[in-house]
Design a protein around this ligand. Structure first.
Ligand SMILES: *Cc1c(COP(=O)(O)O)cnc(C)c1O
Length: 383
């Protein structure tokens, strides 16, 4: 089966992990710090806080921004459930902003309309979590202006988008947001097995997130309510978690990160080749926004005839092509249904889901495999 996404592990990655296994630290130690420095350097952010998943990073990001009971967090319905769940962990309500079906990203038109209504009703969200779907950045200049006008925080869910950019500005520089979160799950662009990272330019947010990832414990005497008993002393000043990344994972991350631009370039080439080979078939790729560079986490097409999606999906699987669908709208999950969401509330995300199909795209996909994917798709669509 040709997978829709897959990690690329090389001998140098294996060696980097073995070196840590033979060192003094297995859990969070000096290699995590080095990975944080390498990543914040790569994306041009001041601070980075490594965690054991992007889900944990989203959770501590929400907490650091003060999200709690009585607050509402908005995100896209066209995402993985973690983008919404992080607000629920904090006891906050979740609401969604419908998407622009040409890109799968949050619609800034829908966002502005929803904010106007929210302002009249006195319920502006505490935070917005835009998701850079498939690796293509959202319209962050507009989102940042709206955040300023209406007064809400912004956490970019860049799980798909390490290596993406607006012009020369890398996703992760946090020029348009308070915090940006990356995922290092093996299907993503760079992997640590499980792992995530929150980056920010705000020192207080970084300190708060790093405390929350490790039990809410501090060794900073300035934060304690009395003088330390000695150099062993620490205090737990709030309720935190064990969300730490291991040095083993960080070593893999550093090694992988050194190939980021190579990975994104190969993904971009494969995407351009799909574009050429698929032209003329009854399906369309996502629109590309001018001035932005996608990281190409996913290659998504929309079928002209959604009624045939299931049959096309099954045909491709039968031909050894590991297709996938991104995403079942989050508001249609039973957990969110029980909170009052229902079919018809976010029609653009629902119709996007009905016609979307994700074709295999990863750096080890060969031209021959890709041609096989396209042949199988052509057969299915022309049947
Ligand atoms: C993968 C993903 C996550 C969760 O990442 P983990 O590292 O698996 O916790 C969150 N949001 C989006 C959009 C994702 O694709």
């Amino acid at each position: 089966m040709i997978p829709y996404g897959r990690q690329d592990i090389r001998e140098e990655d294996v060696q980097a992990v073995l070196d840590v296994l033979r060192s003094d630290f297995l859990t969070q130690g000096p290699v995590v710090t080095r990975f944080e420095e390498a990543l914040s350097g790569a994306v041009n952010a001041r601070h980075a806080v490594a965690t054991n998943s992007a889900t944990s990073a989203l959770h501590v990001a929400c907490l650091a921004l003060g999200v709690g009971p009585g607050d509402t967090v908005w995100t896209s319905p066209n995402t993985f459930v973690a983008s919404a769940n992080c607000a629920r962990y904090c006891g906050a309500e979740v609401d969604f902003v419908d998407i622009d079906p040409s890109t799968g990203n949050i619609s800034v038109v829908a966002l502005r309309e929803k904010l106007d209504v929210a302002r009249r009703e006195g319920r502006i969200p505490k935070a917005l979590i835009p998701v850079h779907y498939a690796g293509q950045p959202c319209d962050m200049t507009v989102i940042a202006e709206l955040a300023e006008d209406y007064g809400f925080s912004v956490i970019e869910d860049a799980s798909h988008a390490i290596g993406a950019a607006w012009g020369d500005e890398p996703v992760g520089s946090c020029r348009f947001s308070d915090i940006t979160v990356f995922s290092f799950h093996p299907v993503k662009i760079v992997t640590t097995g499980e792992g995530g990272m929150a980056v920010t330019n705000d020192t207080e947010l970084a300190d708060r997130m790093s405390r929350l990832r490790s039990h809410g414990i501090t060794r900073d005497p300035g934060l304690m309510d009395r003088d330390p008993d000695g150099s062993w002393y620490y205090q737990q000043v709030e309720l935190g978690f064990n969300y730490r990344m291991t040095d083993l994972a960080a070593a893999l991350g550093i090694s992988q990160l050194s190939r980021l631009s190579m990975y994104v370039e190969r993904r971009r080439q494969l995407a351009a080749r799909y574009d050429r080979m698929l032209s003329g078939l009854p399906c369309a790729p996502l629109d590309r926004m001018p001035g932005v560079a996608s990281a190409w986490h996913l290659y998504v097409i929309r079928l002209s005839d959604p009624a045939r999606r299931r049959e096309v999906f099954d045909h491709l699987k039968g031909e050894g092509v590991g297709v996938n669908v991104h995403y079942i709208p989050v508001h249609l999950q039973p957990y969110y249904g029980a909170l009052g969401f229902s079919q018809g509330q976010f029609p653009a995300a629902e119709s996007f889901y009905a016609s979307a199909l994700t074709l295999p795209l990863h750096p080890r996909l060969s031209d021959e495999e890709q041609s096989h994917v396209v042949d199988a798709l052509r057969d299915a669509l022309e049947e």
